[in-house]
Design a protein around this ligand. Structure first.
Ligand SMILES: [Zn+2]
Length: 658
């Protein structure tokens, strides 16, 4: 039996089940109405969020079990307290003055209350001992304690219970979504990689996305007394969604499938310019290996982390349509309200990467580019312990479902953790000794530089030797800087990686920060050294000039359009031609003169696309002066006759419009 057939059969079964469920629901509604009639107050509680698919399959049981059980017990209320019961979507809610004021930690009060009310809550000691504390939140008036039900060590889907305790210790509300599990579970027979393959087939996977099959975990579905299932997540562009698929760990059959995507925004605090820029001190350094101290006060920007897949956030993962953080770090637990943290928080680097890439992709899309690396990039923000560097690996190398995706792996110091034995030396830049270390993701340009490579690769430019590599590096530097420009106050935008460089590079001159590279410079084609990053300055400097001349937005639109015109491999003059072609298409070639001068200064002689206006900007002195200047300008030999004629026509039309 193929997984597809299994899937189809399951769907039919689900349809049959749904009909039964509808019938049962009517009965349950009738029961609920009876319960509501018994209520002394009209309190109404929102349902706890549960996993939809599990609910559909298991709905008959989930709805029916508590309803009958509690009607009889509502008569056994304690004297001095006031209790109301409602059952909604499988969650039993007790509310009122459920206890006397009590002393003790909120967790103690919660567990004590449950233990004293096993009957009315339909709990037992086994369930209590299996509860896993999820979180305790303090609001203005109460503590809110949440637990996850586990069975045999496995989380039970939808099985949560929460107690809400007024600050004087009175239990006010209990939401009980604990499921009835009677089965015991053996170790999975189906391997999790097989489960992931089945899940991919079930979703269809027409357009696979970059995804590392981590966080596949065995869970208990509350159906038929409990079934052990692999819970897998398959993000896909088509069919669009973050698909959750449950696979029976014994039989490999699909127990449930559904799109869990629902995107949320969570506030966070991040570095949006690097700390050297933020301090405005070119010599600003960190002397405490990743520790936050007062020298970082005021450097954190309040941001909204957007497009987060709420289902994945609920299990601690940071994932959205543009970035997927694969670090083995719990970013959030159910009910998370903020990511406000500082640089020493283990989540900080992942948040820096996620936010930077999501914002960069939204910037790309703001121009109307909808298909330029518009998929999640997988990132290990703390992926290289003890290494201050970053690397980008093609998905094909790692055997990922999408071979065209990129996985970005960044270094971090790791010395304060137990990940490395203390005697492992810090790997400095090029093997040099270093007396300090910056977590790579703390310098926001690093992840955006790597994203620049991913964009260029996605457009189809794979590289092509030393020159193509230099185009890649130059574009990547420029892209990172242009993305971050809104946060820098214009300071040192031309320098690349000042914070990353603070221990590993010397400053070029007094008053300027140390940096990996500088986009302002006079390097030409003749200055090629054969090292792609160094030679990247030969391409980033004309891009910098274009940014300064046209402004950030126009330059971004022009250069993003241009990279689509690159060959699969090529060099500076191919890249220059592509910019000229993009200018013809977007701007009627009106920046031709400036662009050609810019490229000429680097000794590039690109082909001239038809329609480029090679004439200098219109000046008051009239047409004859322009012609003379154009003809007299060296480096314009390649201008085609048609190009000149067309450009002249455009210039004429423009002049008439004035
Ligand atoms: Zn690079």
């Amino acid at each position: 039996m193929t997984p597809f057939r299994t899937f189809c059969k399951s769907r039919q079964e689900i349809k049959d089940d749904e009909q039964e469920i509808k019938d049962d629901e009517q009965e349950i509604k009738d029961d609920e109405q009876e319960i509501k009639d018994d209520e002394s107050k009209n309190g109404r509680n929102k349902m706890r969020k549960t996993v939809v698919i599990a609910m559909i399959i298991g709905a008959a049981m989930l709805f029916a079990a508590p309803a009958g059980a509690f009607v009889a017990k509502t008569g056994d209320m304690a004297d001095k307290t006031n209790r109301n019961i409602s059952v909604d979507e499988g969650v039993l809610t007790l509310h009122g003055l459920l206890s006397e004021p009590q002393a003790g930690a909120p967790e103690e009060i919660a567990i004590r209350f449950m233990r004293e009310n096993l009957g009315i809550l339909n709990l037992d000691e086994t369930i209590l001992s299996g509860l896993r504390h999820l979180q305790t939140k303090e609001s203005l008036t109460a503590f809110h304690v949440r637990y996850q039900q586990t069975c045999g060590g496995y989380d039970v889907i939808g099985g949560q219970i929460s107690a809400h305790i007024r600050k004087d210790g009175v239990v006010q509300v209990v939401h009980n979504g604990i499921k009835s599990i009677v089965n015991t579970f053996e170790a999975p027979l189906v391997h999790k990689s097989a489960a992931f393959s089945i899940a991919k087939l079930a979703v269809g996977f027409a357009v696979p996305l970059g995804y590392v099959p981590q966080n596949i975990r065995p869970v208990v579905l509350p159906i038929d007394g409990g079934v052990l299932a692999w819970q897998t997540f398959v993000p896909a562009l088509e069919p669009l969604g973050a698909w959750t698929v449950y696979i029976d760990t014994k039989l490999g059959t699909i127990l449930g499938i559904g799109d869990m995507a629902s995107y949320m925004e969570i506030p966070a605090t991040l570095f949006r310019a690097n700390p050297v820029v933020l301090s405005k001190d070119p010599n600003f350094k960190d002397n405490q290996l990743g520790i936050n101290d007062e020298s970082f006060d005021g450097m954190y920007t309040d941001v909204l982390v957007k497009n987060l897949d709420d289902t994945l956030v609920a299990i601690g993962m940071l994932s959205g349509p543009h970035a997927f953080i694969i670090d083995n770090i719990e970013f959030a637990v159910d009910g998370v309200t903020d990511f406000v943290c500082t640089r020493e928080d283990p989540r900080f680097e992942g948040l820096m990467c996620y936010f930077g890439i999501d914002e960069s992709q939204l910037y790309i899309q703001s121009f109307g580019f909808t298909d330029l690396f518009n998929k999640p990039m997988s990132i290990a923000a703390r992926g290289l312990p003890g290494v201050q560097n970053a690397m980008c690996v093609h998905g094909g190398v790692l055997g990922l479902p999408d071979p065209f995706t990129e996985v970005l792996i960044l270094g971090w110091h790791a010395l304060a953790s137990t990940m490395l034995p203390a005697e492992v030396p810090v790997a400095g830049w090029g093997g040099d000794e270093t007396d300090g270390f910056i977590d790579t993701a703390e310098d926001p340009i690093v992840v955006l530089h790597e994203y620049g490579h991913a964009i260029l690769g996605d457009a189809g430019f794979t590289s092509g030797g030393a020159e193509g590599g230099a185009v890649h590096e130059g574009f990547a530097d420029w892209w990172g800087s242009i993305c971050l420009a809104p946060y820098s106050d214009g300071l040192w935008d031309n320098y690349i990686g000042e914070w990353f460089s603070s221990y590993i590079k010397k400053s070029e001159a007094e008053g300027v920060p140390p940096a990996l590279r500088n986009m302002v410079g006079n390097k030409t084609y003749d200055d090629m050294e054969g090292e792609v990053h160094v030679d990247g300055e030969i391409w980033s400097s004309p891009l910098w000039d274009i940014w300064m001349e046209l402004g950030r937005e126009n330059a971004s639109r022009l250069v993003l359009e241009s990279i689509h015109f690159l060959p699969a491999s090529g060099g500076f003059e191919d890249a220059a031609f592509a910019v000229l072609q993009a200018d013809v298409n977007l701007n009627n070639g009106e920046n031709g003169y400036f662009l050609l001068k810019t490229f000429e200064a680097r000794l590039f002689e690109p082909a001239i696309p038809e329609g480029l206006n090679t004439l200098p900007p219109v000046v008051d002195s009239g047409a004859s002066a322009q012609e003379t200047e154009t003809k007299g300008t060296p480096g314009f030999e390649a201008v085609s006759l048609i190009g000149v004629l067309f450009a002249g026509l455009v210039a004429l039309v423009r002049r008439r419009q004035k």
